[in-house]
Design a protein around this ligand. Structure first.
Ligand SMILES: Nc1ncnc2c1ncn2[C@@H]1O[C@H](COP(=O)(O)OP(=O)(O)O)[C@@H](O)[C@H]1O
Ligand SMILES: [Mg+2]
Length: 255
């Protein structure tokens, strides 16, 4: 086979994976995912290697790099939902427990550094693999870093249970589910009060992320229009949390 023919044959075996927002060129090749490494690759690889031993099945295996320098990850069978929607209680509880497993597997290890745990820091449903409607594994560790467990949980609660959008669950249901997530994660009562502030902090982080993306669109895998929409949405989310801060705090406090 000629070089070009071989490349074509290899190309044919590469199946583009849509659904991500940040990384261009993620493809599936057989039982592997090939992913151009991002700035955080060294930490993400070390974390995946650790999780393979400490929490099997929780995240893809890191299998090294291919001839093109792309990270090779184990393919995890299941579904990924690219956009946000309301989830049932069972999915939210499973997500909270899945995050707790990540934190428990990294607490006190070198990966947590001086911090409490290694955080995923992007633990939305769009970075979870679902089977039978429930999240069973995390993918996409580009944002992972040492941090406070509550900040990671805050992001999870926001992504899975809270929304400013009119077509989403009513406020009372959001409050109830936020408390459910905190309970099943196992937040200590004394820490529950900090969760609302942590959620607002994570929304602020998101606003900074999309502002930076708009200054340099090479950072993301979406159009300028989509990045602007993401920034607008982040501001709406912030306003929603500020408006209903007391209601969320009361629900979390009641447990
Ligand atoms: N290990 C994996 N197993 C199965 N699917 C994966 C895996 N890694 C990525 N994917 C799929 O590829 C898509 C994009 O990958 P992701 O790592 O989330 O990139 P991005 O940084 O763009 O969000 C995901 O939405 C998912 O559908
Ligand atoms: Mg992703």
């Amino acid at each position: 086979m000629t070089g070009a023919g071989r490349a074509e044959a290899e190309g044919a075996a590469e199946q583009p994976l849509a659904g991500g927002r940040a990384t261009r060129g993620v493809v599936r090749v057989g039982d592997t995912v090939r992913r151009p490494p991002r700035d955080n690759a060294a930490f993400a690889r070390a974390l995946l290697r650790h999780l393979e031993r400490a929490a099997p099945g929780l995240a893809p295996a890191f299998l090294g790099q291919d001839a093109q320098g792309r990270d090779m990850l184990g393919w995890i069978a299941g579904d990924v939902e690219p956009s946000l929607r309301d989830y049932g209680d069972a999915a939210v509880i499973a997500a909270a427990r899945l995050l707790r497993r990540l934190h428990d597997a990294t607490r006190g290890t070198a990966l947590a550094g001086e911090s409490e745990v290694a955080c995923h820091f992007d633990c939305g449903p769009y970075n979870a693999i679902f089977r039978d409607g429930l999240p069973v594994a995390w993918i996409d560790f580009d944002m992972a870093a040492p941090g406070r467990a509550i900040d990671d949980l805050a992001y999870l609660v926001w992504m899975w249970s809270i929304s400013s959008q009119a077509n989403r669950a009513p406020l009372a249901a959001q409050c109830r589910q936020a408390a459910l997530a905190a309970r099943h994660y196992g937040v200590a009562p004394a820490e529950r009060a900090g969760l609302v502030a942590a959620i607002i902090g994570r929304i602020d982080g998101n606003i900074r992320y999309w502002e930076a993306a708009l200054r340099d669109l090479r950072r993301v895998a979406v159009s300028e229009e989509k990045a602007r929409a993401m920034l607008r949405w982040s501001h709406e989310e912030r306003a929603h949390m500020l408006r209903h801060k007391a209601a969320f705090a009361a629900a979390l406090d009641a447990g």
